[in-house]
Design a protein around this ligand. Structure first.
Ligand SMILES: [Zn+2]
Length: 362
């Protein structure tokens, strides 16, 4: 008999996460501890529960200013190697406790240089933290693997430098590159040199596109820059027409994205907060999954959105009735779309993901 679907049982299901920001996933108590250690006195609360609520409310407020303020705090307390390593190790523990078996966690190294760290010191500290987290999880009898994505910020002009950094650490579990930050006014084509360099190096990259901004952003990311995946990609629905009788028409771009199996890193709770979707039931993920786009489910910012992979699956179960087979489909989609080697992906699918869901399906 199939195991009933609820938050507790979903936690036991193996899950794969491709889009999670390191500076968006700190434990509230860690923010407080690190602020104390750094002599940072700008936090709005000194109590972990209150601070956690504050982060969620600020992100929920609909105000971009307040949303950005949340990251100002987390970034401010992550300016030392010790802080970066601690946040990275705890991230791994938290994901493993939630049943995540493989995750690609991203951050922009250039944001952590206020205390004088070099880019290499930053990457090294985070990698050390991830490996420490994996060791702790293994010691507790569980299994998780973390790949790192390095982001360049769209509004800065350092994307080639960061792309080179990603390639330099490709044999140390830095598996790819991304550009993040405001879409409006900063098209991905500003970073063409970086993408050209990455392609010449046979390196992988994804691009945040089609969250707030529409189809041109998605088109540029794929056709000009050569993105292998789309961060969010929600607005691809603007190129899909559904008639009153239910018949569906895909435009050229939507067809291309589906035909080429370009993965969409969808982050439902985060999309609700930024207004990219009005409610979970109206989130484009329902239509896109039905049309068999290569949809994946992700957290984006676990602290600000007060979410987890299991929580996202539970919310989708509630909104769309998804069961274990659907969750396995999302999970295999994500694993297939990851930036690690084909043989490693296959091993995780066959040895971890499929047996995990088979047990739940009964
Ligand atoms: Zn993101």
């Amino acid at each position: 008999m199939s195991t009933p679907v609820n938050l507790n049982t979903i936690r036991q299901a193996p899950k794969v996460l491709l889009h999670d920001h390191l500076d968006g996933g700190l434990r509230p108590q860690t923010v407080i501890d690190l602020a104390q250690a750094a002599g940072y006195s700008e936090l709005p609360h000194e109590d972990a529960a209150e601070l956690g609520n504050w982060f969620r409310e600020a992100a929920d407020s609909g105000s971009l200013e307040r949303y950005l303020e949340t990251f100002a705090h987390t970034v401010a307390v992550m300016q030392t190697e010790e802080a970066l390593a601690r946040v990275a190790a705890e991230c791994v523990e938290d994901l493993a406790a939630d049943g995540v078996v493989y995750a690609e966690v991203r951050y922009a190294p250039e944001l952590f240089q206020d205390g004088g760290l070099t880019l290499d010191q930053i990457v090294q500290a985070v990698q050390d933290g991830f490996r420490e987290g994996e060791r702790r999880v293994a010691a507790a009898g569980k299994r998780i693997r973390i790949g790192t994505l390095l982001c360049a910020m769209r509004q800065n002009a350092r994307s080639t430098e960061i792309a080179e950094l990603a390639v330099r650490y490709r044999d140390a579990e830095v598996v790819g590159f991304d550009i993040a930050g405001p879409e409006a006014g900063f098209p991905p084509t500003r970073n063409l040199d970086a993408f050209e360099y990455l392609r010449q190096q046979n390196a992988h990259f994804t691009i945040h596109a089609g969250e707030a901004f529409g189809l041109p952003s998605i088109w540029e990311a794929i056709q000009h820059c050569g993105a292998e995946r789309l961060g969010h990609g929600v607005r691809i629905v603007d190129d899909i027409k559904v008639d009153e009788d239910g018949s569906v028409h895909l435009g050229r771009l939507a067809s291309y994205v589906r035909d080429r199996r370009i993965p969409l890193e969808m982050c439902p709770s985060s999309n609700l907060q930024t207004g990219a979707a009005r409610s979970m039931a109206e989130h484009p993920i329902g239509l896109l999954a039905k049309l068999r786009f290569r949809v994946t489910v992700n957290t984006d910012n676990r602290l600000m959105s007060h979410c987890s992979m299991s929580g996202e699956f539970a919310a989708l179960h509630e909104a769309f009735g998804y069961g274990w087979e659907d969750m396995q489909w999302f999970t295999v989609n994500a694993m297939k779309s990851s930036f690690i080697g084909f043989d490693e992906r296959l091993e995780l699918i066959n040895d971890v993901i499929k047996p995990g869901y088979a047990a739940l399906l009964g």
